[in-house]
Ligand binder design. Sequence first.
Ligand code: FPP
Length: 277
Amino acid sequence: MVLTESLRIHELSPEERAIYLTLKPERLPEHIAIIMDGNGRWAGRRSLKRFFGHQQGAKSVQMVTETASRIGLPWLTLYAFSLENNLRRPRAEVNFLMRLLKSYLESNLQRMMDNNVRIRYIGRIHELPPEVQDKMRWAADATARNTGTTLTLALNYGSRSEMIDAFRALHAEIRAGHLSADRITEEDIHRHLYTAHMPDPDLLIRTSGEMRVSNYLLWQIAYSEIYITDRLWPDFRGIHLLEAIADFQRRERRYGGLSGSVGEVEEDSDRIQIAAG
Ligand code: FPP
């Protein structure tokens, strides 16, 4: 459900508003997750160092978050730094991303407050440098009472390690005698994921054209619609978020069921016949 009390449509740009007005308010997604990809390529195409791509990417984070907050999107979850990025990228790039995160939080706190945005994190946060964790806590505490969009940054995040953490917690519950192993349900797994407090994403967006999910929210995206754009993340803005939502609204979500247009389904003893309506 959209956060109607925090709608600020009048703050959208005229181009954004034109797209917004074509959307069906009753079918707006509740949770959008984004794989922000293409910072390096954006820089490379301009013969710039990769760092500039990340810097530009941080601007997109702010712009997209502001549009999300204006349309009352309750949950926006961005893949900012994966466990694999942490292990496999050159130290200089990892250090730069950590510094960028700190300065992002510092310099955008006021804008988050102005936009009623609450910031949170998922991932193995305790493995990040202590001064980065301090800044993260500071921003989370400062914005904790905001009631608009919850911006969740996935940091040092990997979906498989999230599941391992969840299974370990389940195991502890079983050992303590609070749960029996043969009674584990999807709900039990859900409540041990980092995302236990939020609904699953309705829409997963990936920028820069790659057709992968890259170990992102694997459990949670079971029924998400996927939208892939060739646009590189540093060029992605609020208007592109609205275009993705418009595309999402053209889809029919079936959750493993049948389409409304399939028509009558008949069954006889020898064959199953699907009669198109
Ligand atoms: C992919 O680009 C993006 C990342 C490694 C992480 C995303 C980081 C940001 C958007 C910047 C900082 C974010 C915050 C919240 C301050 P890539 O380097 O993999 O691009 P490439 O595939 O073109 O090389």
